[in-house]
Design a protein around this ligand. Structure first.
Ligand code: 0A1
Ligand code: ZN
Length: 853
C-alpha cells in the first residue's frame, strides 16, 4: 500500500489555481459491507450541476479502489479511470451517481482511509483519505449530508451524526449537517463504552460516549470530564452549543496524529484520550484535556465552518489551537500555559520557520498536503489569532468571531473571509496584518533605547530573513506589549500594547523621573525574536522583579542561554550571578511551584545550538551537552545544603489529583530530584521509585535513575509491571533513548528496534524510539553519523508502510545546515540515500527534497 512516487515530477498544487467544483452534492448514501480484506462500499451520490459553473468537468477522486460497477440514474456506465480518480460523461441535470468498490482495510498500513487497528475497523479521512474509501469529489468545499449503513458482525458499528436504526448485523447513521468528506468517519469493532450526558444551555440532552477496547474502561473518566468542561466552556466563552444528539469519541492504538474531529465521531490516538493516575503523567493529563477540547472546538471552527481548500488549513487549525490554549489557560494556570507555549513554539516552529521547510501560515503551494500539518500552520497560526485579539481588544474580538459564525455557518471559507469579519466589525484596515498569513519567517525585533528629559524612547527595527521562494519581506504589524519598571522594581507604566507597523519605529514614554527598566514582549505578545543588548544585571533584576510572569521567566531563560553560550564558546564557568538568582528563586516558596519548575528547566541543547549558529558559531553538540551537564552539576552542588529540604516540600500529600496545583508541585519535584540525584547517588530517586503510587513520580524517578546509570533494576521492574500496557511501554522505550549518554544513544535505539515489543507499524512505538533519538541532541548528532544512519534506515523501512509518519519524522534533519562540514556531509548522504530509495512515497520525497534545497 505504498503511494509510490510517480516516475515523472510529482504534481504541485497552487492556491492561485482554485476553481469551484461544477456540481453540488445534495446528499450521500453509503453502505459498507465489512470484511477485513474485501470490504465493499456502495455509494449513491446525488449531484446537481451548478448552472453558472465555469468548469463542469466531472472528476471524482479515487485511489487504491477496485471499481466493481458504476451507474448513473440506475444505468450502468463505464467511466474512464485515471491514476487518481475517474471521469465520466454526466447529464446536465440532477442525477444520482452509484458505485460499488472493493477495498482492503487489512492491507492498509498507511492508516489513511479505512484501515484496521487491533482487529477494529477505523477511518482517517483528513486530508485526502476519503478517496481511498470510494470515488468522490474529495475536496473540503464540497459539503453534503451523509447517511451510512454499516453491515457486519462487529459488536459496535459507528458513523457520524445521529443513530437511526440498528439490528442484527447492521447499524444506520444519519448526519444532518452538511460536511466535507474529510470529516467522514466509521468505526466498527469489539468496543465498550464509558457513557455520560451533557445538557446544553438551551436544554438539549446529548449522549456522550468514550469507546475503548475492553480493559481500558478505567481510563475514560478524565477524558469524559474534559469533554464536559469543553462543552460548557465553548457555550460560555464563544456561545457555541453542540448540535447533535450524540457525541462519540473512540480510542485507537494505531493512529498517525493526535486525534481527529470527525463530525460527532472523534477518533483519538489512544495516547491522547486514555488516562489514569497509575499510567499517565501530569503532562499526559494536561495534553489529553487540551486535545479533547481541541477536537470538540473543531465542531464549530472546522466543521460547521470549514475550509474552502487545504491552503486555508490555518483557518480551522490556528483558530482551534488558539481556542484550546484559552481553554487550558482558564482550566489551569494562564501564565504557565503561555510560557509552555512559547517554549514549544521556539522548539518546533522557529526551526521550521528559519530553515528549508519554512512556509507561510497559509502556504501557497504543496505537493502533499499531509506535509503541511505543521507547527507553522497550527501554532504560529494560533499566535496570529492571538495578535489579532491583542490588536483589536477582547470585546471586539468576540464581536468579530460572532459575526464570523453568523455570516459563514455552513460554508467553506478562506482567510480573506476571516479577516473581513474583523474589518467589517471593527472598521480597521487589516491588509498589512494579513502578511502574517502570506509571508514566512520569524521576524527579528532589534531594540534600542534613549532617555532624556524625563522621556524614555524605545526604538524597534524589524526584519525577517528570506525564506525559500520569498526573498523580500514587508514590515508586519507587531503588537509589542511593554511595561516599565523603576529601579526599585515598582511598575511605573503598566502593560501597554505598542502597535508597530513600520520597518523602524519609536515609541516614547514621558514624565519619568529616572531611566526605567523596560519589560518587553510581555505575555509573549508576538512570535518574534527579540534582539536587545542588555546587561546580565538587568536580566537578573527582571527575573527578580518583573510583574509579568512571561518576561520574568524569559529573563531567566536569557541568562541561562548566555551562561551556556559562554561556557561552550569561551570555556567559561557557569555564571555565578545566575546561579545565585536561581537559588533565590527556587527557595522562594511564595512563588508558584510550577513557575519555579519552569525557571529551573534548562534551555534545550538544540536551542543552544541554534543560538550559537545565530551568532555565527558552528555548534558542537558534544560541547553543548557537556556544558549542560556541568551547569546542572554545579547548580546541584551549590544547592546541596537545601536540596533535600526543598525536595521534601514538593511531595504532595493525599491521593493523586491531575490538577494544575498538584502538577506544578510535581514538576518542581521532578526538577529537584534531577538535581538531587547528582549529589546523593540516586538514593532519593530510588526511594521515590519504590514509594510511587502514580505514573508522574514513578516516571520521574526512573528517568533520574536511568540518567545517572543507576536504574537498571528499576527499569526491569518497570518493564515487568507495565509490559501489557502499550502506552506505558511507549514511555519505557522513549526513556531508554532519552536518558542514554550521547555516545550510547544510537546503539540503545538500534537495540530497541529489535526488542520483541517494538513494531514499526505502530506510529506511537516508532516515535517513542526514533523520536526520542532525534531529540537526544548530542546522541542524534554523534560525529560518526550512527544516529543519522539509524534514523535513515528506519525511515526507509517505514516509508514503504506509512508515508505520512515517515515524512513527518524527516524533519529531524531540517537543521542540517547548522552543523560542521563533516556532520553536514553525513546528514546530506543520508538524505540523498532516502531520496534515492526506489518507490519512495510522494510524502517523503517532497519533504526530503525541500530539506535538501
Ligand atoms: N485535524 C486534526 C489533526 C489531523 C490532521 C491530519 C490527519 O491526517 C493527515 C489526522 C489528524 C486536528 O487538528 O486535531
Ligand atoms: Zn485541529
Amino acid at each position: 500500500m505504498n503511494d509510490a512516487a510517480p516516475a515523472t515530477q510529482p504534481e504541485t498544487f497552487y492556491l492561485k489555481d482554485y476553481t469551484p467544483f461544477g456540481f453540488d452534492v445534495d446528499s450521500v448514501e453509503l453502505i459498507f459491507r465489512l470484511a477485513p480484506d474485501t470490504t465493499r462500499v456502495l455509494s449513491k451520490i446525488h449531484f446537481t450541476p451548478k448552472p453558472d459553473a465555469a468548469d463542469r468537468t466531472f472528476f471524482l477522486h479515487g485511489e487504491q479502489l477496485s471499481l466493481i460497477s458504476a451507474r448513473i440514474d440506475g444505468a450502468e456506465v463505464t467511466p474512464e479511470l485515471t491514476a487518481s480518480g475517474l471521469t465520466c460523461d454526466v447529464p446536465d441535470q440532477p442525477f444520482v451517481w452509484g458505485a460499488e468498490v472493493e477495498i482492503n482495510p487489512q492491507a492498509n498500513t498507511a492508516l489513511e482511509g479505512l484501515y484496521m487497528s487491533n482487529g477494529m475497523y477505523c477511518t482517517q479521512c483528513e486530508a485526502e483519505g476519503f478517496r481511498k474509501i470510494t470515488y468522490y469529489p474529495d475536496r473540503p468545499d464540497v459539503m453534503s449530508t451523509f447517511s451510512v449503513r454499516i453491515e457486519g458482525d462487529e459488536k459496535v458499528m459507528l458513523s457520524n451524526g445521529n443513530p437511526v436504526d440498528t439490528g442484527g448485523g447492521f447499524a444506520e447513521w444519519h448526519d444532518p449537517w452538511p460536511k466535507p468528506a474529510y470529516l467522514f468517519a466509521l468505526v466498527a469493532g469489539d468496543l465498550v463504552n464509558h457513557p455520560d450526558r451533557f445538557t446544553t444551555r438551551s436544554g438539549k440532552e446529548v449522549l456522550l460516549n468514550i469507546w475503548v477496547r475492553p480493559g481500558d474502561e478505567h481510563k475514560c473518566d478524565f477524558g469524559m470530564n474534559a469533554l464536559k468542561k469543553s462543552m460548557a466552556w465553548d457555550e460560555e466563552v464563544y456561545g457555541r452549543e453542540y448540535d447533535l444528539d450524540v457525541f462519540n469519541i473512540v480510542a485507537v492504538d494505531d493512529f498517525n496524529m493526535g486525534a481527529m474531529e470527525n463530525k460527532g465521531l472523534n477518533i483519538f490516538n489512544s495516547s491522547c484520550v486514555l488516562a489514569s493516575p497509575e499510567t499517565s503523567t501530569d503532562s499526559n493529563f494536561e495534553r489529553i484535556e487540551a486535545i479533547i477540547a481541541h477536537e470538540y472546538f473543531h465542531n464549530w471552527t472546522g466543521n460547521r465552518i470549514t475550509c474552502r481548500d487545504w491552503f486555508q488549513l490555518c483557518l480551522k487549525e490556528g483558530l482551534t489551537v488558539y481556542r484550546d490554549a484559552q481553554f487550558t489557560a482558564d482550566m489551569r494556570s494562564a501564565p504557565v500555559k503561555r510560557i509552555e507555549d512559547a517554549i514549544d513554539l521556539r522548539a518546533r516552529q522557529f526551526p521550521e520557520d528559519n530553515g528549508p521547510l519554512a512556509h507561510p501560515v497559509r502556504p501557497e503551494s504543496f505537493q502533499e498536503i499531509n506535509n503541511f500539518y505543521t507547527a507553522t500552520v497550527y501554532e504560529k497560526g494560533a499566535e496570529v489569532i492571538g495578535m489579532l485579539k491583542r490588536l483589536v481588544g477582547d470585546a471586539a474580538y468576540y464581536t468579530a468571531v460572532d459575526l464570523y459564525f453568523d455570516r459563514h455557518d455552513g460554508q467553506a471559507c478562506t482567510i480573506e473571509d476571516w479577516i473581513k469579519v474583523f474589518e467589517d466589525s471593527t472598521g480597521r484596515d487589516l491588509q498589512q496584518f494579513k502578511t502574517w498569513y502570506s509571508q514566512a519567517g520569524t521576524p527579528r525585533l532589534k531594540v534600542s533605547e534613549t532617555f532624556a528629559d524625563g522621556t524614555y524612547t524605545l526604538t524597534f527595527r524589524q526584519s525577517t530573513p528570506p525564506t525559500p521562494g520569498q526573498d523580500h519581506k514587508d514590515p508586519k504589524v507587531i503588537p509589542i506589549a511593554v511595561g516599565l519598571l523603576s529601579a526599585e522594581g515598582a511598575e511605573l507604566v503598566p502593560t501597554t500594547v505598542l502597535e508597530m507597523t513600520q520597518a523602524e519605529q519609536s515609541f516614547s514614554f514621558e514624565g519619568l523621573d529616572a531611566q526605567p527598566v523596560p519589560s518587553i514582549l510581555r505575555d509573549f505578545s508576538a512570535p518574534v525574536i527579540l534582539d536587545r543588548e542588555t546587561s546580565a544585571q538587568e536580566r537578573a533584576f527582571l527575573l527578580a522583579h518583573d510583574t509579568d510572569p512571561f518576561t520574568r521567566w524569559e529573563a531567566g531563560r536569557e541568562l541561562a542561554k548566555a551562561s551556556r553560550i559562554a561556557m561552550v564558546k569561551d570555556g567559561a564557568s557557569p555564571d555565578a550571578a545566575y546561579l545565585e538568582a536561581l537559588k533565590t528563586l527556587v527557595r522562594d516558596d511564595t512563588l508558584d511551584p510550577a513557575f519555579r519548575a519552569l525557571v529551573l528547566s534548562p534551555p534545550s541543547e538544540s536551542e543552544i545550538a541554534q543560538a550559537l549558529a545565530d551568532q555565527g558559531v558552528t555548534p558542537d553538540p558534544d560541547a553543548i551537552h557537556d556544558a549542560a551537564e556541568t551547569f546542572a552539576q554545579t547548580l546541584a552542588q551549590s544547592l546541596s545544603d537545601s536540596l533535600p529540604r526543598l525536595f521534601a516540600a514538593t511531595l504532595v500529600d493525599g491521593p493523586y489529583q491531575p490538577d494544575a496545583i498538584g502538577a506544578g508541585s510535581r514538576a518542581l519535584n521532578g526538577r529537584l530530584l534531577g538535581l538531587l540525584t547528582r549529589i546523593d547517588g540516586g538514593e532519593a530517586a530510588a526511594r521515590q521509585y519504590e514509594e510511587a503510587d502514580n505514573m508522574t513520580v514513578q516516571n520521574t524517578a526512573l528517568a533520574c535513575l536511568l540518567k545517572a546509570e543507576k536504574g537498571e533494576s528499576q527499569s526491569r521492574a518497570f518493564f515487568e509491571q507495565w509490559q501489557d500496557d502499550r502506552l506505558v511501554m511507549d514511555k519505557w522505550f522513549a526513556l531508554q533513548v532519552a536518558t542514554a549518554r550521547p555516545e550510547r544513544a544510537p546503539t540503545v535505539a538500534a537495540e530497541l528496534t529489535k526488542h520483541r515489543l517494538f513494531t514499526i507499524k505502530n506510529p506511537n512505538r516508532f516515535r517513542a524510539v526514533m523520536g526520542a533519538l532525534s531529540m537526544n541532541h548530542a546522541g542524534f548528532h554523534q560525529a560518526d553519523g550512527s544516529g543519522y544512519r539509524l534514523l535513515a534506515d528506519q525511515l526507509i523501512a517505514l516509508d514503504a508502510l506509512n508515508p505520512q509518519t515517515t515524512a513527518r519524522m524527516c524533519t529531524a534533519f531540517q537543521t542540517w545546515k547548522r552543523y560542521d562540514d563533516a556532520r553536514q556531509a553525513l546528514m546530506l548522504a543520508e538524505l540523498e540515500r532516502i531520496k534515492s530509495t526506489s518507490g519512495l512515497s510522494r510524502d517523503t520525497n517532497e519533504m526530503v527534497s525541500r530539506i535538501l534545497d
